[in-house]
Unconditional design. Structure first.
Length: 150
């Protein structure tokens, strides 16, 4: 017996679930492309949001092979809450997030952060701590942050 009720998938709960699923699909495709590239750089910037939560915005730079050649790509991965803002704490958060996303860190060849001591400090900064584990992951000061120096 047919029902007079129509089905609608437009409730906020259903819409948010659909958005979350789409986000996971897109993120998995980006991570897959990064792992296929076998050459990635991490880009991160740490800031405090309006609710006073410290967080990273985490991006990745990689190469994509196409029929017409090689394209340099840069994609956003995630916002990541940060509890420990020391160099070691930031490094742990960064690497755990990458492992959770299933980024193959043996392909990590570069890092780009701002000039804050916790990120770029020569001995105790996040970049130095990452290089202890992945010596091939060279740190380069983020070019966008260089604009703020002048």
């Amino acid at each position: 017996m047919p029902s007079n009720r129509s089905t609608s998938y437009t409730s906020p709960k259903v819409q948010n679930e659909q958005i979350k699923i789409c986000g996971k699909v897109i993120l998995n495709k980006i991570v897959s492309k990064c792992n296929e590239a076998e050459c990635i750089s991490l880009l991160a910037d740490e800031t405090t949001d309006i609710s006073s939560t410290e967080q990273f915005s985490l991006c990745v730079r990689y190469i994509e092979k196409t029929n017409s050649g090689i394209i340099l790509k840069e994609d956003f991965l995630s916002f990541v809450p940060v509890n420990d803002v020391t160099g070691k704490g930031l490094m742990c958060t960064l690497l755990k997030t990458c492992q959770h996303l299933k980024l193959n860190l043996k392909y990590l060849v570069g890092q780009g952060y701002d000039g804050a001591a916790a990120m770029s400090g020569e001995f105790q900064g996040c970049a130095a701590k990452v290089m202890e584990k992945y010596p091939q992951a060279l740190y380069v000061h983020c070019a966008s942050h260089s604009l703020n120096v002048f």
